[in-house]
Design a protein around this ligand. Structure first.
Ligand code: IMP
Ligand code: MG
Length: 183
């Protein structure tokens, strides 16, 4: 996609959740996570690239001892069609006996987070929790009824971008959650 096509997609997009509401959701999540994890000494793992903005804005609101790490795993690559998980960077912390909190942009079918959680289990994590900025409500979860432990915003089954979510590599920087016209 070119920069001109990216501008066109934005011009036609529908703003679903404005920045004020996204920030309020992150604030609420930070309170829920603090109640549950303030004494757990967790390793908080941001899933790149989608979790970049969510992780960045959430972490400074978690005012208790924790360690940070990241993984880079992609599912869709540049396309909006699903495929397998592609590991680029695995966690570098020693996860044995640790509580792990995974941070990602979106729970769609859940393939990505389920695969990353499996890997953390294999590495000896004692407990794995997930926080997502957005959850798509539909009946295609990898395990029926799969939920994140902490969910910021629920949306319908649209293709969205902004706040870390990309459309064909663009607009992770958009200051809200936008739906692509017609998707
Ligand atoms: P899942 O494995 O089906 O849950 O897909 C999760 C990953 O797919 C997310 O981390 C995103 O990178 C990507 N994804 C799923 N839905 C969307 C969307 O609506 N917009 C942008 N990326 C998405
Ligand atoms: Mg992602």
């Amino acid at each position: 996609m070119t920069q001109y096509e990216a501008l066109h997609v934005m011009a036609e997009a529908e703003l679903l959740i404005d920045e004020t509401s996204v920030v309020a959701s992150i604030e609420r999540l930070s309170r829920e996570i603090t109640v549950q994890l303030k004494d757990a000494n967790p390793v908080v793992i941001t899933v790149m690239n989608g979790g970049l903005i969510f992780g960045g804005q959430l972490l400074t609101k978690l005012n208790f001892p924790l360690e940070t790490d990241y993984v880079h795993a992609t599912r869709y690559g540049d396309s909006v069609k699903g495929s397998g998980l592609n590991w680029i960077v695995k966690p570098s912390n020693d996860l044995r006996g640790r509580t792990v909190l995974l941070l990602d942009d979106i729970l769609d079918e859940g393939v990505t987070l389920a695969a990353i959680a499996d890997y953390c289990h294999q590495q000896g994590a004692s407990e794995i929790l997930m926080a997502v900025l957005v959850e798509k409500l539909h009946l295609r979860k990898v395990t029926p009824g799969m939920r994140a432990d902490f969910t910021g915003i629920e949306i319908g089954d649209r293709f969205v971008f902004g706040y870390g979510l990309d459309y064909k590599g663009y607009w992770r920087n958009a200051p809200g959650i936008y739906a692509v016209k017609g998707k």
